[in-house]
Design a protein around this ligand. Structure first.
Ligand code: TIU
Length: 223
C-alpha cells in the first residue's frame, strides 16, 4: 500500500479503492467569457492547476485507478436551477443567458464543457451536478459505492466553493478525501490558503492535503 506524505498525517492510498475526482475544470470557470469571469473574477488565477492535474490524471490512468469528472451546470430548460441560485449576484448576464461560449452554465454549451487539456477519456464518468457539491442531486455516491471506492483524490476548482463543498459532503458519507493543493485553484489567494487549511485542520477534520508530486510518486509504484 503506497503511503503519501500528507497533512496532517500520512495517507495510505489503496489504489483499487480510490478514485481521482476532478471537480468542474470547465471553460465556464477557467476561460474568459464564462461564469467565473461574469462574476468579476480573474480566471487566469485558476490556470496553474491545469498542468499538475493533467499529470495526475495521466498517472491515475496508467495505474488503472478510477477517474471521475464533474461539471456544474443546468438543463437547457433550467428546470433544475433554483430561483435563488439564478438570482444570486444580480448579474446582467447570468446562468442560462447567452454568453461568448454559449448559454452560461448550461449543459451542452461550449462553456459548460471540460477544458480540452483535461478532456475525459472514453469510459470515464462525467457527473453533471446542479449544485456546488458533487453529491447533491447526482448519482455520484451510488457510483462510488458500487465500485467499492472509499478514497477520493480530489482536484479542481474552486477550492473554497465546489471543492470544499464536495469534500464536506464526501466526508459526511464516510469517504476519505486527499486534496491536492497545486491541482486546485481559487480566484482569491486568501481563499485558496484558507480552503485548504480548513480541510486539514483539527487532525484532518474533512480530509488530507498533499501536492501532486507526492501523489505522482505513489502512483508510479502502482504502475
Ligand atoms: N464561483 C466559484 O468560485 N465557484 C463556482 O461557482 N463553482 C465551482 O466552484 N465549481
Amino acid at each position: 500500500m503506497p503511503t503519501i506524505d500528507a497533512d496532517p498525517y500520512a495517507f495510505d492510498l489503496r489504489p483499487a479503492a480510490a478514485a481521482l475526482l476532478i471537480i468542474d475544470m470547465q471553460r465556464d470557470f477557467l476561460e474568459p467569457g464564462g461564469f467565473g469571469a461574469l462574476l468579476g473574477n480573474d480566471v487566469s488565477r485558476l490556470r496553474g492547476a491545469i498542468a499538475p492535474t493533467s499529470a495526475v490524471l495521466h498517472a491515475a490512468r496508467a495505474a488503472g485507478m478510477a477517474v471521475i469528472h464533474t461539471r456544474e451546470g443546468h438543463r437547457p430548460d433550467l428546470s433544475d436551477l433554483a430561483p435563488a441560485k439564478r438570482a444570486r449576484g444580480r448579474l446582467a448576464c447570468g446562468i442560462g443567458d447567452p454568453g461568448p461560449m454559449g448559454r452560461i452554465l448550461v449543459r451542452g454549451e461550449t462553456g459548460h464543457d471540460i477544458i480540452p487539456e483535461l478532456a475525459p477519456a472514453p469510459g470515464e464518468p462525467v457527473v453533471d451536478k446542479p449544485g456546488k457539491g458533487a453529491f447533491y442531486a447526482t448519482d455520484l455516491e451510488a457510483m462510488l459505492r458500487s465500485r467499492g471506492i472509499t478514497q477520493l483524490i480530489v482536484c479542481g476548482v474552486t477550492t473554497e466553493v465546489c471543492v470544499n463543498t464536495t469534500v464536506r459532503e464526501a466526508n459526511d458519507r464516510g469517504f476519505d478525501c486527499l486534496v491536492l493543493e497545486d491541482c486546485t485553484g481559487s480566484y482569491f489567494p486568501e481563499f485558496q490558503a484558507a480552503g485548504l487549511a480548513m480541510i486539514r485542520a483539527q487532525g484532518g477534520i474533512f480530509g488530507w492535503v498533499a501536492d501532486s508530486a507526492r501523489v505522482l510518486a505513489a502512483l508510479r509504484v502502482c504502475e
